[in-house]
Design a protein around this ligand. Structure first.
Ligand SMILES: *[C@@H]1O[C@H](CO)[C@@H](O)[C@H](O)[C@H]1NC(C)=O
Ligand SMILES: *[C@@H]1O[C@H](CO)[C@@H](O)[C@H](O)[C@H]1NC(C)=O
Ligand SMILES: *[C@@H]1O[C@H](CO)[C@@H](O)[C@H](O)[C@H]1NC(C)=O
Ligand SMILES: *[C@@H]1O[C@H](CO)[C@@H](O)[C@H](O)[C@H]1NC(C)=O
Ligand SMILES: *[C@@H]1O[C@H](CO)[C@@H](O)[C@H](O)[C@H]1NC(C)=O
Length: 406
C-alpha cells in the first residue's frame, strides 16, 4: 500500500521541517511541536506512526524555529548618516555615526515612524562612544524601514542604548538608557573608562514620542551586578493589568520593579556560563513576551570572538527563551541571525559588527516580528557606524501595503 498522493501534498504544503521534536522548547517557543504523519520515512508504507516536528510561527525558521527569517533590505534604509558632512567644530570625521535603535509608529499619524537611536556627538564614531553618545529621535515618512532623518536630540551626552516602551498602566512612554548627565567638557573622540562615565541605568517618561521627557531618574547604579544595557518590558497584558516592569540587563539577568521608577529587584540570573570568553558569552539584551505569554530575548553573541581569535562576525545573534520569567531559560547554541545583510537589488554584504538587536512587532496581538534593527559597522571601518533595518518574514509586506508604502 502506498500513501495517496493528496496526503503527501498536504503534508508538504505545511512546510514543516524533518527534525523531530518532543516539546515546544525544542521549537525555541517560536512554534509548536506538533504531530505529523510520516510519509517519506516509511517507503513500504506499512507502519503509520505519527511523529512530532516543529511548526514555526511566522518570522522564524529552522529545525528548531530558532532563526530569524530575514528578508532583503532596501540599499538605503535605517539611519545611516555616518558619511554626512563634517563640521569644523567636530572632534572626529565620522559624521552622525549611530549604533542601533528602535522603531515606533506614530499613534496619531500611522504613516509617520520614529526611531530612537544612539548617536555619537561631534563627529565621534563608535570608538568614542563613552561619553559622546546621546539619544536622538529620527523620523521617516517613507515607511518603517526608513531612511530616517534626524528630528530631535532627546538627551545630552552621555546617554547610550536607549530603549523605549509604551507602558499601558502609566499611559506613558518610558525611555531607559545607560549614562549620567553631562557636566564635563568633551574635547576629543577618545572613549573613557566607566569609572569616569558610569553606565548607571536611568528612566525618563513622556506622554508623547516627541516629548517632553521628564529628567532622568537613576533606577540601577552601575555598582549593582549586571547593571548595564537595560531591556525593559511591561508585565501588563490585556488579562493582567499591572504597573510592574521587567528589566533585562547584561548577561541576560532579570530585575522586576512594582512601578517603572520603583525599586528594581534581581529575580533571575542565567545558569549557563556568562563569563567573558565562554561560548555562552553575550551582551546587549532585548526582551519580549510573546502571544502565548512566553519570554524571549535576543542578545549579541560573541562566539566568533571566542572561537576565532577576536573576530566579530558572522554569528552575532543569540536567542534565549523561557516559559516563565524566572526560568528555566534555554539557549540553543546556534546563531538566530548572522552579520550578512541581503539587499533588494540582489547584492549582500557581510558586516564586521552587527549588534544591539531590537525587533519591531506586529500590533495585531500575534507579536510577529516584522523588522530587525541593529547597530552595524562595515568591514575595515574603525569607528564609523550606522543603524540598519531589515524586514523579517512576509507579514511586513501587508503592513506596509495597508499604510500605502508599497
Ligand atoms: C552608509 O552610507 C555610506 C555613505 O553613503 C555608505 O558608504 C555605507 O556603505 C553605508 N553603510 C551601510 C551599512 O549601508
Ligand atoms: C547630525 O546630528 C546633529 C545633532 O547632533 C543634527 O543637528 C544634524 O541635523 C544631523 N545631520 C544630519 C545630516 O542628519
Ligand atoms: C552612578 O553609579 C555610581 C556607582 O557606580 C555612583 O557612584 C554614582 O553616584 C551614580 N551616578 C548618578 C548620577 O547617580
Ligand atoms: C566559564 O567560562 C570561563 C571562560 O571560558 C572559564 O574560564 C570558566 O572556567 C567557566 N566557568 C565554569 C563554571 O565553567
Ligand atoms: C547567514 O544566514 C543566512 C540564513 O539566514 C544564510 O543563508 C547565510 O549563508 C548565512 N551567512 C553566513 C556567512 O553564515
Amino acid at each position: 500500500m502506498r500513501f495517496p498522493g493528496f496526503l503527501a501534498l498536504s503534508l508538504a504544503a505545511q512546510g514543516a521541517t524533518s527534525h523531530a521534536c518532543k516539546t515546544d522548547e525544542d521549537c525555541s517557543l517560536n512554534g509548536i511541536c506538533s504531530r505529523q504523519w510520516p510519509w517519506s520515512d516509511y517507503p513500504n508504507g506499512i507502519i503509520l506512526k505519527p511523529r512530532k516536528v516543529c511548526k514555526c510561527d511566522p518570522g522564524w525558521f529552522g529545525d528548531d524555529c530558532g532563526r530569524l527569517d530575514l528578508r532583503p533590505a532596501g540599499r538605503i534604509n535605517g539611519y545611516n548618516h555616518s558619511a554626512d558632512g563634517v563640521e569644523s567644530s567636530h572632534f572626529g570625521p565620522y559624521g552622525n555615526s549611530s549604533w542601533g535603535g528602535q522603531i515606533f509608529q506614530d499613534p496619531k499619524n500611522p504613516k509617520l515612524f520614529h526611531l530612537f537611536a544612539s548617536q555619537f556627538a561631534d563627529g565621534c564614531g563608535l570608538s568614542g562612544w563613552r561619553p559622546h553618545s546621546f539619544v536622538l529621535r529620527a523620523e521617516s515618512r517613507n515607511g518603517p524601514q526608513g531612511p530616517y532623518q534626524f528630528a530631535q536630540s532627546v538627551s545630552k551626552p552621555f546617554r547610550h542604548n536607549p530603549q523605549v516602551i509604551w507602558s499601558p498602566a502609566d499611559e506613558k512612554y518610558l525611555l531607559y538608557t545607560i549614562g549620567v548627565d553631562d557636566n564635563v567638557k568633551r574635547e576629543e573622540c577618545t572613549s573613557l573608562s566607566y569609572t569616569q562615565w558610569p553606565n548607571n541605568i536611568s528612566v525618563s517618561a513622556a506622554d508623547d514620542l516627541q516629548g517632553p521627557w521628564t529628567p532622568f531618574e537613576m533606577v540601577l547604579s552601575s555598582k549593582e551586578p549586571h547593571s548595564t544595557n537595560p531591556a525593559p518590558w511591561p508585565l501588563w497584558t490585556p488579562e493582567y493589568h499591572t504597573s510592574k516592569i521587567v528589566l533585562g540587563v547584561e548577561d541576560l539577568a532579570i530585575f522586576i520593579a512594582d512601578k517603572y521608577n520603583g525599586e528594581y529587584e534581581l529575580v533571575h540570573t542565567q545558569m549557563w556560563n556568562t563569563s567573558e570568553w565562554s561560548p555562552t558569552w553575550t551582551e546587549d539584551s532585548f526582551f519580549w513576551q510573546d502571544k502565548r505569554g512566553h519570554w524571549h530575548a535576543l542578545a549579541h553573541w560573541m562566539i566568533d570572538l571566542v572561537e576565532h581569535d577576536g573576530q566579530k562576525w558572522p554569528r552575532v545573534g543569540a536567542h534565549v527563551f523561557a516559559k516563565d520569567l524566572t526560568g528555566p531559560w534555554h539557549f540553543h547554541l546556534h546563531e538566530a541571525f548572522n552579520s550578512t545583510v541581503t539587499y533588494t537589488d540582489g547584492s549582500s554584504q557581510t558586516l564586521d559588527r552587527r549588534e544591539r538587536a531590537k525587533i519591531f512587532f506586529s500590533d495585531d496581538g500575534e507579536m510577529t516580528p516584522l523588522y530587525l534593527i541593529n547597530g552595524v559597522q562595515e568591514m575595515g571601518e574603525r569607528s564609523r557606524s550606522s543603524t540598519v533595518i531589515q524586514p523579517i518574514g512576509e507579514k511586513w509586506k501587508k503592513y506596509e501595503k495597508r499604510l500605502g508604502f508599497r
